[in-house]
Ligand binder design. Structure first.
Ligand SMILES: Nc1ncnc2c1ncn2[C@@H]1O[C@H](COP(=O)(O)OP(=O)(O)OP(=O)(O)O)[C@@H](O)[C@H]1O
Length: 281
């Protein structure tokens, strides 16, 4: 049982953003997806979540083809995601951001709640309890009734992950979860993500922060110009000469990557990283 990409291809007109990528992602593991800017990482996430169509090849979850399904059908199949640029319902409270994900999606159950108020009240209370527990997992319970937009940037990131988890997805796709976080927040995020490792859950993390990737991930897929360059454990990836040449630059030297990530943040208007005592680096 796994998530499988079979000769996956995405074309934007003439541009081949993902070029015949085949890979298998096992449950119980955290899979990193890395590669230089424009390598196709977000495109991979967007196709898996159904935000972008697949040009060729297929994506299967537990043996069932999910590419070609609509976005909401893929979500119901158990795929949840977060975004590079946080997307919350800003005017809703933290709790409501989770609750909206649990409202009945089939007409039958929705009508049951409309026609039978005691049942609706009980279901609402159950949903609320589940969402409070979801917030609690990220130490956000104290912010349950605050508007999402009023939370700090770091808490908004955590809230988005808490929301993605509220339906207990089989597949959790995280697109640059550490973007814009300072060192302390990234360290906290790394611990929290590690705690999400579960035998039934497949996690894919697209990330430029190599420290986070190397610490957190069990397996790493390296993309280069839309092609699968290499896959292996963090140690294998760091030792691979092709990866070093294409991406890491020099063996075990992650400073260039950090600098590139900083430049990228600045270009995108994201917060630059700060060290734990608050000095900008
Ligand atoms: N909607 C789109 N329409 C046209 N081209 C696109 C679209 N989305 C991405 N691309 C192009 O596809 C290629 C891969 O982009 P993608 O965003 O997937 O790369 P990435 O590895 O996630 O990059 P980054 O690390 O900078 O986010 C790039 O050349 C990009 O310009």
């Amino acid at each position: 049982m796994s998530l499988v990409f079979e000769k996956l291809t995405k074309r934007y007109g003439e541009l081949v953003a993902i070029d015949g990528v085949s890979a298998t992602f096992e449950p119980g593991l955290i899979h990193g997806v890395i590669g230089p800017n424009g390598a196709g990482k977000s495109t991979l996430i967007n196709m898996t979540a159904g935000s972008y169509s697949v040009s060729d090849g297929e994506i299967c979850l537990d043996g069932r083809r999910i590419s070609g399904l609509k976005k909401h059908q893929i979500s119901l199949a158990g795929v949840a995601r977060t975004y590079q640029n946080i997307r919350l319902f800003d005017q809703m409270t933290a709790l409501e951001n989770l609750e909206v994900c649990l409202y009945p999606v089939d007409a039958g159950r929705a009508w049951q709640e409309v026609l039978w108020p005691p049942y609706a009240r009980r279901r609402r209370a159950e949903r609320r309890a589940l969402c409070r527990a979801g917030l609690d997992r990220f130490e956000l319970a104290g912010y349950a009734d605050q508007e999402a937009s009023s939370l700090s940037y770091g808490r908004q990131r955590m809230l988005e992950i808490a929301r993605a988890l509220v339906r207990e997805p089989r597949v959790l796709l995280l697109d640059e979860p550490a973007a814009g976080l300072n060192h302390a927040e990234t360290a906290e995020l790394t611990t929290r993500l590690a705690a999400l490792r579960h035998p039934d859950r497949i996690m894919l993390v697209v990330e430029h922060d190599m420290d986070l990737v190397m610490k957190l991930c069990d397996r790493i897929v390296v993309l280069h110009h839309g092609k699968l360059l290499f896959q292996g454990t963090p140690a294998e990836v760091q030792a691979n000469p092709d990866v070093q040449q294409a991406y890491l630059g020099t063996a075990n030297d992650l400073d260039d990557i950090r600098t590139a990530a900083q430049d990228r943040r600045a270009r995108r208007g994201l917060r630059p990283r700060r060290d734990p005592v608050g000095h900008r680096s």
